[in-house]
Design a protein around this ligand. Structure first.
Ligand code: SF4
Length: 191
């Protein structure tokens, strides 16, 4: 028998085997599930595999994205990644749903003050509105001096980041926020 790489081993066993074993112990008929898993695995092997990084958080788990016929058909952990060694947390493991999900919201929804209905709006409209509101709030609440000292701050705006923001993004974001006087900033999803 030829050498089997660590990655191949994990691809052939791993989560699939663990899931099937638990279900089998519970007396569930697994024949249709096995057939479906085999079909998916075969399809995935035929596809083009591209290494990538999970976009959800700063852990930066390695992923393998499989493409076939111009469509993403599978996303799973990359066993070659020293960060996650092939595993993914539940969020990362569900990343495929970002691509293939009829329920995913792809349009801007706006609910005007005192209304009970959401309206669809173009993305450009939403960006413009956010910019106008930031400028309006900045101009209205900016404090340049307090107790005779220069403070140049704006206590009316806070910035809440996300864990996907990496160093470079955080650096630019800090510059932008400080330039309009923001002092309340959080750039990680730990709230
Ligand atoms: S969300 Fe989960 S899978 Fe994605 S990088 Fe973070 S820990 Fe890894």
């Amino acid at each position: 028998m030829g050498q089997i790489s660590r990655r191949d081993f994990l691809k052939r066993t791993g989560v699939t085997v663990a899931g099937l074993t638990v279900a089998s112990m519970a007396g569930v008929d697994l024949k249709p599930v096995r057939a479906q898993v085999t079909r998916i695995k075969l399809e995935v092997r035929k596809g083009k595999q591209v290494p990538s990084v999970c976009p959800y958080c700063a852990v930066g788990c390695g992923m393998i994205i499989t493409e076939s016929g111009g469509k993403i058909i599978n996303i799973e952990g990359n066993p070659d990644s020293p960060v996650n060694l092939g595993s993914l947390c539940p969020k990362g493991a569900a990343a495929y749903q970002m691509v293939d999900n009829a329920e995913r919201q792809t349009k801007v929804l706006y609910r005007a003050p005192y209304r009970d209905k959401w309206e669809e709006k173009p993305l450009d409209w939403a960006m413009q509105r956010v910019a106008e509101k930031v400028k309006e709030t900045r101009d209205k609440y900016f404090i340049d001096t307090a107790d005779g000292k220069t403070v140049n701050m704006n206590p009316a705006i806070a910035s809440l980041g996300g864990s996907t923001m990496e160093n470079e993004w955080n650096y630019i974001h800090q510059k932008l926020m400080r330039s309009i006087g923001v002092v309340y900033m959080e750039n990680q999803a730990r709230i």
